[in-house]
Design a protein around this ligand. Sequence first.
Ligand code: PLP
Length: 463
Amino acid sequence: AITNHMPTAELQALDSAHHMHPFTTGDELTAKGARVITRANGVYLTDSEGVEILDGMAGLWCVNIGYGRDELAEVAARQMRELPYYNTFFQTTHVPAIALANKIAELAPGDLNHVFFASGGSEANDTNIRMVRTYWAAKGKPDKNILISRHNAYHGSSIGSGSLGGMSGMHAQGGLPIPDIHHINQPDWWAEGGDMTPEEFGLARARELEQAILDLGEDRVAAFIAEPVQGAGGVIVAPDSYWPEIQRICDKYEILLIVDEVICGFGRTGNWFGSQTLNIRPDIMTIAKGLSSGYQPIGGSVVSDEVAKTIDGLEFNHGYTYSGHPVASAVALENLRILEEEGIVDRVREETAPYLAEKWHGLADHPLVGETQIVGMMASLALTPDKASRAKFASDAGTVGLICRERCFANNLIMRHVGDRMVISPPLVLSLAEVDVLIERARRALDECHAQLKEQGLMKAAS
Ligand code: PLP
């Protein structure tokens, strides 16, 4: 049998032999060997060599309550014994799905009172594409079927959600995007703001939505979708002027606003939802990840009374075998209980996030660091050879980011790189002492990265 007790090299060889990894060049991984994670507790992972690593990414932006919560394991075991599976198609239901939908409706802002379940964010965004088109068709406007999204957005990896996203590397493979998806530019002031102030730039980028609606035709555009804070795109925080203008435009032209809360939801930004932190009024929210803190695969679309009322008037020919899966629902419900009863979201807002923000912005004095951005417990920093001119490195985008990520790894900290931007999204239960550890390791990694870049002659700016 293959077990945790095998030597790392053997596990790595078996991994390469039969396991294809997402977003990975298999041959490179085979040459290097994947890091094998064996256990986790709190905010720390342990690898097959027994090394403890501070997980600055909460897995994949999802383990909001941290690792090792027995309550969730118990709820899962109990639910598996009682009712391991039943579906919610046609005219059946079960208590875990009922209870979870009710809880989400209670937590969600405004009149977002109805949940369509999926197994994750990609599936939920596929639901959204079909739901908004079905909604407008039911309203007698079948041509109002274009969804507008943003370049460099991430909304998932299925054909539909990958089309909705704006990742060029994904669009280059497999025949994406599907028809009637349109992309506008992202509000990334550091990289693309030129001579504009952040406020001017935020307005200009929001007004691209209005221009797109006018170009495509108001009667053709069904919805606009965006993450409150772009996560996988590099934790890009829009200037303050951006979201109020987006909201104004969606209201004016009767465009449904889909806010993808897959990362921002469930406490990540210091409120239950990023929409609350940024004062956005969505018609539909995509949820996943923090909904179960990653302990079970579950996601969904949370929709307004108005959208639900319209969809409920017809048979919506859509659904997944695991929509509202009882074990996943029960675990998610327990996760929400813990987040709520332990005051984890409030503590993020009032204590941990302000402390992390102070320390994170403190990294801006490092010679490699340009802008630092943070909202709640998601943060980024831009690596640059010259902060005054917001210069990019002459090397291919991502070369320097990868070196920095490797130095983080070597210092037992997981940070991700997106191009030459470093991002974190740690578990929400991070203590203040653990914030200090994270920052200390990040600074050490930046120092080592800087030294290596100088040695390799990579500190040059692009001309
Ligand atoms: N939407 C956003 C904003 C995401 O960050 C992700 C995943 O990272 C997804 C959707 C896709 O979710 P999943 O990987 O659960 O399908």
